[in-house]
Design a protein around this ligand. Structure first.
Ligand code: DGJ
Length: 706
């Protein structure tokens, strides 16, 4: 296997390669780092031949504008600058000299130093031999030693600028959303100028998600070249997609948002989060599969693990929790085959509604007179693991924690405070708050046999002040996230069996940064299976089914009032980590019996859904039929989940050709025994035979025979 990172010192080139793709860096004679190539795999010799194609020169243009992989502000470049600083004397231009290179087979660090000021910038790269996903982050360091050197103010430090090659058009894929309607996919022509996707909320947000894909406008689900990138960060962020009139396109991904800056005193450094990028040739499906593999194998903390079937009590009881009520739900859940029972909000302090108790993480003495032990024991006796809801970064003003530490919340003494959902955000950047949070959760986990935390975050930052900060108060935006990550990492080390679900009023904290330390994500508070089809379609563009929490809830749905058949609700939720969130006390015996069958069916295909390769056969936007296929990593089994909203009279269901099967193999339907030829399934599709009524659905499980 050739090295994944090859260096050609004569041409000042580095070729960073995955199995089928390369990213080529070139240092020009002014030490500017160009992104020379991002596309199919090239040898160093092939890459060097690109230098025979100089950038076109135009009057009034710096030819490197929009072509740099380390795009520092300065000179005649007027586009988005990925690295922007202000030195103590007010100078904002950077002039970087290349000073060092260090390299292994799969990592590369290129170091630059300002010609005059005490600042170095390191660009760190890492390639993954199996997936072709490439990571990059920066380290900015103030190399001065004297106070007289003055601070350096960092205005922007994008983790990476990915230079897209010249295409015959540019189409941008992204997701937008809101509470209850996260990850809505849109694909639109990329306009000239800067398209900025961002969160200014202190968290990833419902409204956008930190990734984009770019193609030339002709890619389809399974064909075509796609350039994509994502940012691993759970605070405010900004992705700037720039299309210059010269048709040069870059994507620059970084944390923070204007006008928040970072102050670097002498000796200090700023380390950015990772931005990852992938070039793929199998259409949007191929791009998604590359991201799924990367996240499953290199980002998630327990890569090989199967997520259990979960029950969550929120929609059944909301704040009205008790040992008796939860035990009754647990008994019914166990009967369905549930493996992890999660008690949601309402178990602690004076939290009998959303206006009190947040921050007081001890069991409510009236509801749990003997603590959580009896309920946890009952759940364990029933053969399930026990999970608990927490929202550690928040406080209700009506709480013992707030009364003891009113100064612990984000606030400006001169401004009114927004008490969204009757709560305030704790200033987790404060070391005392971070220490309190770790100690309190560690105590909770040590005293109780808790297997799983649902870690919620229900309101964004507002009036984000830190009046008694000893240094730069704006550091809170970054330090909140660093301390969140550190608390979770420490808890996981101290309690290795602990698994965590990331939740933020549904799916507002979904990103590769939180996925590096949690096991699954709560996708949306909207559990209506029809709405879920769109949400899950957008979710799946980057994130694998293995992290997509999906509950089957009651019908009519409590949020939308829509009635849907039990099978339909299950088949939609089976496309991720199946869970049940309905009020089981109200489910009929027939519903419970059918639910148990469907849970068992899910468990049979779960390894394929959670760890297999995903093929979106028909998307919700394509028409009435939505279908997803999952193929076992070794190709021996496939599962297909199909839903059809309505069928017009006289119209047959469309054919559903499957993907990536072996044409010469035969596949047996594990439920009906029917035998299909691979070649026929690939070209003519799976006979669906769905029931004629609206909202029909099915799960097919195919096992290779030979
Ligand atoms: C928001 C979450 O998304 C819900 O699932 C539930 O946990 C509530 N918070 C509880 O307050």
């Amino acid at each position: 296997m050739p090295p994944h990172i090859a260096h050609d010192p004569d041409h000042r080139l580095w070729v960073l390669s995955g199995p089928t793709s390369s990213y080529v860096l070139h240092l020009d004679d002014e030490d500017r780092l160009r992104g020379l190539h991002w596309g199919r795999r090239l040898t160093p010799e092939q890459a060097a031949s690109l230098l025979e194609r100089p950038l076109p020169r135009r009057q009034f243009e710096d030819p490197t504008d929009g072509a740099l992989a380390l795009d520092a502000a300065g000179g005649m470049r007027y586009g988005h600058a990925a690295v922007q600083v202000r030195f103590a004397d007010g100078v904002r231009d950077l002039e970087l000299n290349w000073t060092a290179e260090s390299r292994t087979d799969d990592t590369l660090v290129l170091t630059f130093a300002d010609r005059h000021y005490p600042l170095t910038v390191e660009a760190h790269f890492k390639v993954y031999a199996d997936t072709g996903v490439l990571e990059r982050h920066l380290v900015l360091r103030h190399t001065g030693t004297e106070a007289a050197d003055g601070p350096v103010t960092v205005v922007r430090a994008d983790s990476a600028t990915w230079t897209v090659p010249r295409l015959n058009g540019y189409r941008l894929s992204q997701v937008h959303g809101q509470w209850g309607a996260e990850t809505q996919l849109s694909r639109t022509e990329l306009p000239y100028g800067e398209t900025v996707l961002s969160s200014r909320r202190g968290t990833t947000s419902h409204h956008a998600n930190p990734w984009v894909m770019l193609d030339d406008g002709t890619a389809t689900e399974e064909h075509g070249r796609v350039h994509s990138c994502a940012l691993a960060w759970s605070g405010s962020w900004q992705l700037t997609v720039q299309r210059l009139p010269t048709e040069r396109v870059t994507v620059s991904a970084g944390f923070g948002h204007a006008p928040i800056t970072w102050q670097l005193p002498p000796g200090a450094e700023l380390r950015t989060p990772v931005s990852a990028a992938a070039y793929t040739e199998g259409g949007f499906g191929g791009a998604s599969r590359a991201w799924h593999r990367y996240l499953l194998d290199h980002v998630l903390p327990h890569p090989g693990e199967l997520r259990p079937v979960l029950y969550n009590s929120w929609e059944a009881t909301e704040f009205d929790v008790s040992v008796e009520g939860q035990s009754a739900l647990a008994e019914r859940a166990a009967g369905l085959g549930v493996e992890l029972f999660v008690m949601d909000d309402g178990w602690f302090g004076s939290r009998t509604h959303d206006a009190a108790g947040l921050g007081d993480w001890t069991p409510n003495a009236e509801r749990f007179p003997d603590g959580l032990g009896p309920l946890i024991d009952r759940v364990h006796e029933l053969g399930m693991r026990f999970g608990l809801w927490v929202e550690p970064e928040m406080v209700n003003p009506d709480s013992d924690l707030y009364r003891a530490h009113p100064d612990w919340v984000l606030h400006h003494p001169t401004r009114r405070r927004t008490e969204h959902r009757n709560q305030l955000v704790l200033n987790l950047a404060r070391p005392d708050v971070a220490a309190w949070m770790y100690d309190r959760l560690d105590e909770l986990l040590t005293k109780n046999d808790i297997d799983f935390l649902k870690w919620d975050f229900n309101r964004p930052f507002t009036e984000a002040g830190w009046p008694d900060a000893e240094s730069d108060p704006e550091a809170l935006w970054t330090e909140h996230v660093h301390n969140l990550y550190a608390v979770i990492d420490r808890l996981r080390t101290a309690h290795p069996h602990l698994r965590i679900e990331s939740c933020s009023s549904g799916g507002a904290r979904l990103d590769p940064g939180i996925l590096a330390r949690t096991d699954q994500v709560w996708t949306s508070d909207n559990t209506d299976a029809l709405d879920r089809l769109d949400i899950q379609h957008g979710f799946s563009q980057l994130y694998p089914a293995r992290v997509m929490g999906a509950w089957v809830t009651d019908s009519p749905n409590p949020y939308t009032g829509r009635s849907l058949p039990l099978d339909f609700r299950f088949h939609v939720a089976m496309a991720g980590v199946l869970a049940i969130g309905g009020d089981l006390a109200r489910w009929s015996a027939a519903e419970l019996a059918r639910a148990a069958e469907l849970v068992a069916a899910y468990k049979r295909v779960r390894p394929l859904v959670q760890h297999g390769r995903q093929y979106r056969l028909s998307s919700p936007g394509d028409g009435e039929l939505s279908a997803v296929q999952y193929l076992a990593p070794d190709g021996t089994e496939a599962a297909v989940l199909v839903t059809r909203r309505a069928r017009r009279f006289g119209h047959a269901d469309p054919a559903l050709p499957l993907r990536a099967l072996a044409p010469d193999a035969r596949y047996r339907d594990a439920d009906t025994g029917a035998l299909h030829h691979g070649a026929v399934l690939l070209s003519h599709g799976l006979p669906l035979r769905l029931a004629p009524q609206d909202n029909a659905s099915a799960l097919f499980h195919l096992v290779r025979e030979d």
